[in-house]
Design a protein around this ligand. Structure first.
Ligand code: TC6
Ligand code: FAD
Length: 624
């Protein structure tokens, strides 16, 4: 089963080796992490990252090994953004020349990069970002500027105290015209003493949910005051600005601007299956040890895992962990396939890749966060202790529902793709890939389930047909209702709760289908396939029930704020910048951030000890 889970014997072997390397190294200890102050935790993260890099170099680790090493260190930090977003953004959006220049330094850690997209006022609505990059032909430079409070960059990981560079997303303005959002490489801090460069105000945004957990990451705030960068620091694969200031489009679709997000969303599905499996592992093992009550006749106490209620709550999570793992492996393949096609200028599969990554990221992270929380309850009181591992696991994985795209916003993207596909089917076009089933519309709209007995539900063909019919009928129903609205836009907005459900049904069909396809592969090991068949059945069947409360929500909405005001909580008691009575959210968030102890100094503790030697050593090596 280990091989089925990991994907190959090789994958098991490398993972084991890297996991042992981390577990046996005292620098990577994490058992007291939740007791560290924010400053201590941050410094500990810097220390671990520097030590990991040292080990990577000393042991000549491959990229695969180094990635696993980082994974098992299990502490979010600036290196995640550097490798998972900064480097891929330059790879995807930089010209060959730009890649050569910047990636050479990034690969050697001569510079540390982050991905600075989100702002205080806008995260989901990328086109609404306000930072400006105005071209000045007199000096051949862009002037990077934050014109408003809400244009402050807000959230980028590693930005707060660590990154020396960033890919910054800003509105490109040239010849007086706004050409929308583009990516720019900016140096943020001095490579000599780490102080922010002139015109850049930068800090950490403050403590986050839970102790330990994501507080190891210095998510940052940044304001730019007319900071000048050379023209060639605009990432120019998608579009260019000439020396004279003329804006020129490339022949690649502008959606490739969002390419880094597609890449990361794909990796998040793998993260979700890992987090869910960790929670399930804790709850199942503990359920086998924990005993409560015995038979009336005075027999031995019962292991809680033997309670049917425990099983019906826990086993769908166990099945989901496997389902997400397999769909994650498939998604990685899909992403590689799309990337190869993009390289040969075939952009046809980009919309499907976007829909699959967005949808699967959404469904798997939401299910994982809910499941970790439920696993805490499944472990009773002890599950609430930090020492159970569950609070930190929950706190670290909860934001995956938000970062890389809010899950509902992403599901609406999937719905948009589905509505387009339904209309193409109506005009006779045969859908392909994950929407191929929609071509079978005549049958799926009318068919009746062939399921008669309990055993029939375990027939993969029957399960698949049920999920296909459900997904197609929900999508067609939405499309028909949208067409009755005064406009497409109004219809889409009015029906958005239904569209989200239709998107979830489509994504769950993909997960079920990929699980079934996995079972058609050669799977070695006695009884392994049979166990997986059972889990596949559990995953599929636990999903088939639903409720609709949309009409009631619409009736409550006009009074929703009054209904929570009625709780009569003071701002002091609520203790939330977001829940303030007066609604002055942005000023409150901004003020709170500067109170964080990490912001007491501009250059953080640990810089002289861990960051500076790392950067200097790499610079020195490159000069040899
Ligand atoms: C380790 C963790 C660290 C965390 C880091 C972060 O969080 S970083 C920050 C992470 N931040 C976020 O994740 C922010 C989330 N927000 C977003 O990604 C975007 O603002 C949006 C997709 C919601 C809307 O986009 P929009 O305003 O442009 O409006 P629109 O809806 O009209 O779409 C126009 C067209 O583009 C298409 N298309 C869209 N995306 C993609 C794609 N990725 N690929 C390909 N295509 C894509 C779309 O299908 C449509 O095609 P059509 O139908 O015209 O053929
Ligand atoms: C831990 C963490 C790390 C992050 N790291 C980075 C980083 O490294 N770099 C970076 O640039 N960003 C980062 N982010 C920012 C992240 O990408 C954004 O928070 C995310 O994209 C969501 O945007 P938002 O915060 O504006 O949410 P909002 O869009 O304000 O969401 C608020 C609510 O509005 C709803 N909503 C919004 N739009 C719609 C719509 N059209 N229809 C229906 N409902 C809607 C959402 O569902 C949600 O319930 C990080 C965030 C977190 C929490």
């Amino acid at each position: 089963m280990k091989v089925a889970w990991a994907g190959s014997r090789h994958a098991v072997e490398v993972a084991d080796r890297m996991a042992c390397l981390v577990a046996s190294d005292p620098v990577f200890r994490k058992d007291t992490r939740t007791m560290l102050s924010r400053k201590e935790l941050f410094k500990d993260t810097l220390k671990k990252a520097a030590h990991a890099w040292k080990r990577t170099v000393e042991l000549h680790l491959t990229e695969e090994e180094a990635n696993l090493l980082r994974l098992y260190i299990d502490q979010p930090g600036y290196v995640d953004l550097h490798w998972v977003m900064f480097v891929p953004a330059i790879k995807g959006q930089g010209t060959e020349e730009q890649q050569k220049k910047w990636l050479t330094m990034a690969y050697k850690f001569q510079i540390i990069g982050t991905y600075a997209q989100t702002e205080l006022g806008h995260g989901s609505n990328v086109q609404g970002l306000e930072t400006t990059a105005t071209f000045d032909p007199s000096t051949d430079e862009f002037i990077m500027h934050s014109p408003t409070l809400t244009s402050s960059k807000w959230w980028p990981g590693g930005l707060g105290k660590t990154s020396t560079h960033a890919v910054v997303y800003a509105r490109l303005i040239t010849e007086g015209k706004d050409y929308g959002i583009h990516g720019f490489i900016m140096q943020l801090r001095s490579l000599d003493d780490h102080s922010p460069l002139p015109g850049i105000t930068i800090g950490d945004i403050g403590g986050k949910f839970g102790s330990g957990a994501y507080n190891s990451m210095d998510n940052g705030v940044m304001r730019l005051d007319h900071v000048r960068i050379p023209r060639d620091q605009m990432l120019m694969r998608l579009a260019q600005v000439t020396r004279e200031g003329k804006y020129v489009h490339s022949d690649v679709p502008k959606q490739l601007l969002y390419g880094t997000m597609v890449y990361v969303r794909q990796t998040i599905v793998a993260d979700a299956s890992r987090a869910l499996s960790r929670a399930v592992c804790i709850a199942v093992r503990y359920g086998a040890i924990r005993k409560q009550f015995g038979s009336k006749a005075g027999g031995p106490e019962t292991q809680v895992l033997n309670y049917k209620t425990q099983q019906s709550r826990l086993f769908p999570f166990l099945a989901s962990a496997y389902a997400f793992r397999f769909v994650g492996q498939w998604l990685k393949w899909l992403y590689t396939d799309v990337t190869q096609k993009l390289e040969s200028k075939d952009f046809s599969t980009l919309p499907e890749a976007h829909a699959c990554t967005a949808g699967l990221k959404s469904v798997t992270t939401s299910a994982t966060a809910d499941a970790i929380e439920e696993c805490q309850k499944l472990c009773g009181g002890h599950g609430y202790l930090n020492s159970s591992g569950l609070p930190e696991l929950f706190a670290v994985n909860l934001p995956a529902c938000t970062y890389e795209g809010d899950n509902v916003v992403l599901l609406l993207q999937v719905a948009r793709f589905l509505m387009k596909t339904v209309s193409q089917v109506a005009s006779g076009k045969q859908p392909v890939g994950t929407t191929a089933y929609m071509g079978n519309i005549q049958h799926l709209m009318q068919c009746k389930s062939v399921v008669n007995t309990v055993e029939d539900w375990l027939n993969p063909a029957a399960i698949k047909e049920v999920f296909e019919a459900r997904a197609l009928r929900m999508a067609v129903n939405c499309a028909q209702n949208i067409s009755k609205a005064p406009s497409q836009e109004e219809g889409f907005s009015e029906l958005s709760p239904d569209l989200v459900e239709a998107a979830v049904a489509h994504v769950q069909l993909i997960i079920v289908t990929k699980f079934i396809e996995k079972l058609q592969e050669d799977i070695l090991g006695h009884g392994v396939k049979e166990q997986l068949q059972k889990l596949c059945g559990i995953y599929a069947l636990h999903l088939i029930h639903n409720e609709r409360l949309g009409k009631l929500y619409a009736q409550v909405r006009p009074n929703a704020v009054a209904l929570v005001d009625a709780f009569d909580y003071t701002d002091h008691y609520l203790g939330s910048a977001l829940g303030r009575y007066d609604g002055d959210v942005y000023s409150a968030l901004y003020k709170e951030a500067w109170k964080d102890p990490l912001n007491e100094t501009v250059v953080p503790d640990g810089y002289q000890e861990h960051l500076r030697p790392l950067l200097k050593q790499q610079l020195k090596l490159s000069r040899l």
